[in-house]
Write a protein that binds this ligand. Structure first.
Ligand code: SAH
Length: 253
């Protein structure tokens, strides 16, 4: 494999809750033209579907190999860097990148050996906060304010194009490694968030308050920190001890 293919293989395009199979086909074509192959579908309304194949216009192999998942975290398994494309700023404020800057950072991550996901939302509702909470940054294509939403597959095309331009550019990353170890992947982060949620329950942190907002905030904090596996192990250890102490305190009562 050439370097280019090596790098491109570290990217995946993840479509969450796509309504129209035609958009899945168009997205397959869009990424294939730019040298990418990997499409992951999370709860597509209809797939496989003739319309998807019709619009893939020959990029059928991308569709054949597309993963279909019931949970977003499975579509992101193995990913160390996740970028969420969104036309609108949502409740959870993530760092916002232009497609060009996002492509530069994504390519640098891939050059360090990390797996990168570009995550796209549903045609009508876009990405939900729960989905954006799994991202390290948000990418907004700078469309006009009063008509900001692109067709899903066209947004995929813009991002895939920027990635290809970044790869073709001569500033190909001699990026110094930012991490000694790669950041934990989406599955490991999800396990950590589950443990964190359980531990917060066990130590009675919420005191009757609704945990959703605080959990989104904590996700944002840890997504920004990008802990590696070793650091996650320490955090798991702390949580386990807190749970153990809470258990002791309860049994003494
Ligand atoms: N009303 C929705 C639009 C969804 S369009 C919203 O405001 O988010 C379907 C998907 O295409 C979006 O979830 C996003 O991933 C992508 N998309 C469309 N327009 C975009 C834009 N201007 N910038 C970034 N992503 C965009």
């Amino acid at each position: 494999m050439t370097d280019f293919q090596d790098l491109a293989a570290r990217f995946r395009f993840v479509l969450a809750r796509t309504s129209h199979p035609g958009n899945i086909g168009s997205a397959a074509r869009a990424i294939r033209t730019m040298g990418f192959n990997r499409l992951e579908l999370v709860l597509p309304a209809r797939f496989p579907d003739r319309e998807a194949n019709a619009l893939a216009a020959g990029a059928d192999e991308v569709l054949v190999n597309a993963g279909v998942h019931a949970e977003l975290v499975d579509g992101l398994a193995g990913c160390n860097f996740v970028l969420g494309l969104s036309a609108r700023r949502r409740g959870v404020t993530l760092p916002e990148l232009s497609p060009r800057e996002a492509a530069r950072q994504a390519l640098a991550a891939a050059a360090r050996g990390e797996q990168v996901a570009l995550l796209f939302g549903n045609e009508r509702s876009g990405l939900e906060n729960e989905e954006l909470a799994r991202c390290h940054a948000m990418v907004r294509i700078p469309s006009v304010d009063d008509f900001s939403s692109l067709n899903l597959s066209q947004a995929v095309q813009v991002m895939a194009y920027e990635l290809r331009m970044a790869m073709l550019g001569d500033e190909l990353p001699a990026a110094p490694p930012e991490h000694d170890e790669p950041p934990a992947d989406a599955t490991q982060m999800e396990q950590f968030y589950r443990h964190l949620a359980q531990a917060l329950d066990d130590i009675e942190f919420h005191k009757g308050r609704e945990p959703t907002t605080i959990m989104l905030r904590l996700r944002k904090l840890f997504q920004r920190a990008q802990p590696d596996e070793r650091e996650l192990r320490v955090l798991h250890g702390i949580l386990a001890d807190a749970q153990r102490m809470a258990g002791l305190a309860k049994s003494e009562k």
